[in-house]
Ligand binder design. Structure first.
Ligand SMILES: [Zn+2]
Length: 200
């Protein structure tokens, strides 16, 4: 019969053992430890419900998008495929000479090159913003029920969990999306969203 006593496991006092060192973190509420090369030890995730600003992006693209759609189609329920295609074609037509300047020098001469190039670069920025960005936004803001574009918006956002890992920050949200079409009013609550921010 063995006389050796089995070491008792003390569950109430969790310990982290790394090589010869012992760290007692049982009394800590918020501990961050990083050891050696495997920097996976993390800070305890903080669970709390904090209501946040519903939308962090500028709603300018929403307003411009609505304006463009109403001008072009007279309704917010319309396909934007052609709009996207035209934007891409224009972007290529303006983008290629902007990036490949010998084309511009050949056509407009060398003396005014910097002004011509500036004009092309501005035009390209405008096409990317009013064309591509508006197109991408039009699909992400389409109401799943009535199909109106620039209408499906996040109206509430609650931060439920937040953790700082050694290489990134993770935030868990519960959001509410609602349709701004008054005759629709569709709403989705508790949409779970995870945002990871890589540490600089
Ligand atoms: Zn709707």
């Amino acid at each position: 019969m063995s006389t050796k006593k089995k070491p008792k496991r003390n569950r109430a006092r969790p310990e982290t053992r790394i090589s010869d060192s012992t760290f007692d973190v049982s009394d800590s509420t918020n501990t961050a430890m990083i050891f050696g090369d495997r920097n996976v030890v993390t800070q305890k995730a903080i669970s709390q419900r904090i209501e946040m600003e519903a939308d962090d992006d500028d709603d300018l693209t929403i307003r411009i998008g609505r304006w463009i759609m109403l001008k072009l189609f007279g309704t917010l329920k319309h396909g934007m495929k052609w709009y996207g295609l035209v934007s891409v074609s224009l972007g290529i037509a303006v983008g290629v000479p902007t990036v490949y300047s010998p084309l511009l020098i050949q056509t407009f001469g060398e003396t005014n090159f910097i002004w011509v190039w500036g004009g092309f670069a501005l035009l390209l920025a405008a096409i990317l913003y009013f064309g591509w960005l508006i197109f991408v936004d039009s699909s992400s803001t389409t109401c799943p029920r009535c199909g109106w574009k620039f209408s499906w918006l996040r109206t509430k956002r609650v931060l439920t969990k937040h953790a700082e890992l050694s290489d990134r920050e993770v935030r868990n949200y519960e959001s509410t999306y609602s349709c701004t079409n008054p005759s629709c009013g569709y709403k989705r609550e508790n949409v779970r969203e995870i945002i990871e921010i890589t540490a600089p």
